[in-house]
Design a protein. Sequence first.
Length: 172
Amino acid sequence: MALADDILADIDSNTLNDIAQQVGVEPDKLQGIIRDSLPALLGGMEKNVQSGEGAASLANALGQHADANPLGDMGSLITGVLGSGILEKVLGGAAPDVSEAIGKKAGASGVDVEKVLKILAPIVMAYLAKRLTSGGKADPDVVQKEVQNASTEAKAQSPDLGSILGSILGNR
């Protein structure tokens, strides 16, 4: 199963409702935002791992997230504290533009989408860490390959958004 599918499957209705309430959007709309945010986050990570240094940096960060369970710490997750730094690393200055593009498609504000991105970022990191680490370490070459695969799969699930995100992320 694709990484994005695994993440979507694990966000149960209670979690979805908790996040929706905190962000201020309807659960159905939130589900669409989440679905469209995953290609953005994975696409940002894919861009970062294109260099050996970027792959090594992500591999190191995944090692630090190897035991993370962000869905088990909804308080920290919902405040965005966990995700702000990750989002900055992954999307850099493109976060507002990415948020606006996803919001436009979902019928939500870019501000609300950015809140969702901050919530999703540690979830994505934890899922990647579970898949790619062993003994708290991840191989940069494996990380590079798997992130590229996960990004390609996620973009295929939202092809209309993929080209928009590609142009935004390609410019950062």
